[in-house]
Design a protein around this ligand. Structure first.
Ligand SMILES: [Ca+2]
Ligand SMILES: [Ca+2]
Ligand SMILES: [Ca+2]
Length: 209
């Protein structure tokens, strides 16, 4: 299969996830425990919508680079313009030159998991509020990533789901379906950002209002 060259941020995320896997601090031991958290994660992600709307100053449904810059200023995230640009390109997943709502969630996850070294005392309420949700998603990813190489393959996904205790909740069925719908032949394996993107669908985040 064609392997595209991983970006600098993708490699950084792979390293962070590998480190997480070996830290022994992963909270996810069963897939059911993740499903139980869906409503809470959905609630956290919905809080992002208010911020998203605020910084989408021209209300065109996406956040552009300038809008992102002022957003980070207000969220007390101190990144250089180059770093902001890198994040912006990494998270513009459909490459339409703008960050839509779900891409914005992915972007904030990158900030939380990679870039944010800021003092908790100065951390914005939004990022504090999202911490738990992002940690759960990262731990869920590590849970699926059986060989701990920072990527999840279809085989790993199927094996992990088969080992899991019977998933009774309908959310579990939906989750499995979403992954079956993915074009694994084309992508081969998924990265954290793709996982999180699908995850937002699982927990019920809508694109629009
Ligand atoms: Ca905009
Ligand atoms: Ca986009
Ligand atoms: Ca793997």
């Amino acid at each position: 299969m064609p392997q595209r060259k991983p970006t600098n941020l993708e490699l950084k995320m792979v390293e962070a996830l590998k480190k997480r896997a070996t830290s022994g601090k992963c909270s996810v031991k069963t897939f059911n425990s993740v499903i139980m958290k869906f409503p809470k994660i959905d609630e956290s992600f919905e809080k992002v919508r208010i911020v998203f709307k605020k910084y989408d100053k021209d209300s065109n449904g996406t956040i552009d680079l300038d809008e992102l810059k002022s957003c980070f200023q207000e969220l007390n995230v101190s990144l250089t313009y180059e770093q902001i640009k890198e994040l912006y390109h990494e998270c513009d997943m459909d490459e339409n030159k703008g960050i839509d709502f779900k891409e914005f969630i992915v972007l904030l996850a990158f900030v939380h998991l990679l870039e944010d070294q800021s003092d908790p005392a100065t951390k914005s309420v939004l990022l504090l509020h999202l911490q738990e949700a992002f940690n759960t998603v990262a731990d869920a990813f590590v849970f699926f990533d059986k060989n701990k190489d920072g990527y999840v393959t279809r085989k790993e996904m199927v094996e992990t789901l088969n080992e899991a205790s019977p998933v009774q909740e309908t959310a579990g069925d939906i989750a499995v379906k979403r992954f079956q719908e993915m074009d694994w032949n084309r992508i081969g394996r998924i990265t954290f950002k793709e996982f999180l993107f699908v995850f937002t669908n699982w927990v019920g985040v809508e694109d629009g209002e």
